[in-house]
Write a protein that binds this ligand. Structure first.
Ligand code: HEC
Length: 438
């Protein structure tokens, strides 16, 4: 076990270690610590915009042995920087220990336009024609330092305040004086037709007949400045207001005056109506239809009076034709229209009837009803033949002749041929034509 002295030594050793840790420090190596370099100064502004004769002279407190740098440039011993244009500058001062301070200075050129008002005035001339480009502005300036230059609508400056070849519109003229001070004014060039109303009036001569082109219009204009020119539709302008060779129709006459101000009016030329007071009477001659015949045999032949020949004719609103006859018509109701040389029309109804049954057909029909229909009807059409409908009798007439008259290939009725007098009725009818109307 160690002795008491050993513990005492160990104790002080620990105290020493602790105290060394706490009090460890070294002397400062920064010579600028606690040093403040305070930079102030005086400026001289440039004497004019663009001049480079401004200067800065700085004053420093805080130590000695200073050198000076402008905007990070090389250090110099003089505290004065001269030959400066307007701008913002940073001056750094550094003492012999390398301690620095800075200050910022702003050099401002005098504003030559302060309190200066450039006034633009002058005269303008409107274009002399509508849409024309011979307007002009003659501008002058005052209030600044001559000479002035002038700009139109932000364009290049020129020595003259005279601007030509201008159309109607609003223009801004800017004047600039010797010190670049500017002022501006607006000039309005008006269209010479603004507020002008050209009135066109006139008389018409209608064409003498439908389709004729001997109408005319004579127009005259007022409200503008003579001389006037006139045109019809989109035609060329002419020096007089008469237009001839016109058919029926609507025409626009436009007049323009010496400034090209325009006005127009519409004129309507009407041809006389050739049908006024004209009544076209249509009469018809009708042929009835023969039933059971294809094509049908009805016809209508029309004639017209009251208008101007030649006439053309139309059936039920169809195309007009020169022939007055419409054939192959079924029985029914029709409308016939007639149109004359002047296009005047009239119409009439026409009814095509079915012709009545002829006497020979009537005899045969009775015979068939008596001797054949019992075996040839809608319910029992032996041999595919139904002899009840009238037209079936007509259509089967050759077979009826063969079977009931000639007995070929076997007689009808099957029980034996009818008496000769009955068979003669069939023969007579067929010899007469075998039609419904025979
Ligand atoms: C009792 C019944 C009967 C009577 C009455 C009768 N037929 Fe027929 N007919 C027939 C039968 C069955 C056939 C089919 C067999 C044939 O063609 O011989 C026929 C077929 C026909 C045919 C179709 C065949 C062909 O040759 O084209 C015709 C036409 C015809 N008859 C006409 C007549 C006429 C006309 C009469 C009256 C004068 C008549 N028949 C009366 C029973 C009859």
């Amino acid at each position: 076990m160690p002795g008491k002295t050993f513990y005492i030594i160990i104790f002080y050793y620990i105290v020493l270690l602790l105290s060394c840790g706490k009090n460890e420090s070294s002397p400062s190596s920064n010579p600028c610590a606690g040093v403040t370099v305070n930079v102030t100064g005086n400026i001289t502004n440039p004497s004019a915009p663009g001049a480079s004769n401004g200067s800065i002279t700085v004053t420093v407190t805080g130590a000695s042995g200073f050198t000076y740098s402008l905007n990070g440039g090389p250090f110099q011993s003089s505290p004065t920087f001269s030959g400066l244009p307007e701008g913002t500058y940073t001056v750094t001062a550094k003492n012999s220990n390398g301690c620095t301070g800075t200050a910022t200075f702003t050099l401002t050129a005098p504003n030559p336009c302060a309190g200066v008002t450039i006034t633009v005035s002058g005269s303008s001339n409107n274009p002399t024609t509508s849409g024309g480009n011979n307007g002009s502005i003659n501008a002058t300036a005052s209030g600044g330092t001559p000479p002035y230059t002038f700009s139109l609508n932000g364009g290049a400056f020129q020595a003259s305040g005279n601007f030509t070849n201008l159309t109607a519109g609003v223009y801004t003229v800017t004047a600039r004086d010797a010190n670049n001070c500017t002022g501006s004014a607006n000039f309005t060039l008006s269209d010479p037709c603004t507020g002008v109303t050209i009135t066109v009036s006139g008389t018409v001569t209608n064409p003498s007949a439908p389709g004729a082109t001997n109408g005319s219009i004579t127009a005259s204009a007022s409200g503008g400045i003579a001389p006037y020119e006139y045109r019809i539709g989109s035609g060329a302008y002419q020096s007089f207001g008469t237009f001839t060779g016109l058919g029926a129709g609507t025409y626009t006459i436009t007049a323009r005056d010496s400034r090209l101000c325009t006005g127009s009016a519409t004129f309507t030329l009407t041809a006389p109506n050739p049908c006024a007071g004209v009544t076209i009477n249509v009469s018809t001659t009708i042929t009835g239809n023969t039933p059971c015949t294809s094509p049908p045999t009805g016809s209508i032949t029309a004639s017209a009076t009251g208008g101007t020949a030649p006439y053309t004719f139309s059936l039920n609103g169809g195309a007009f034709q020169s022939s007055p006859t419409f054939s192959n018509l079924n029985a029914g109701n029709y409308t016939i229209a007639a149109r004359d040389a002047n296009g005047c029309t009239g119409s009439a109804p026409a009814t095509v009837p079915n012709l009545p049954a002829g006497p020979l057909f009537t005899q045969v029909r009775t015979l068939i009803q008596n001797h054949c229909v019992s075996c040839h009807n809608a319910g029992a059409a032996n041999g595919g033949v139904n002899l009840q409908p009238d037209c079936n009798i007509v259509n089967f007439r050759q077979r009826i002749l063969e079977r009931a008259v000639n007995g070929n290939p076997s007689p009808m009725p099957p029980s034996g041929l009818l008496p000769a007098s009955e068979r003669q009725k069939i023969t007579d009818w067929i010899n007469a034509g075998g039609r419904y109307t025979d």
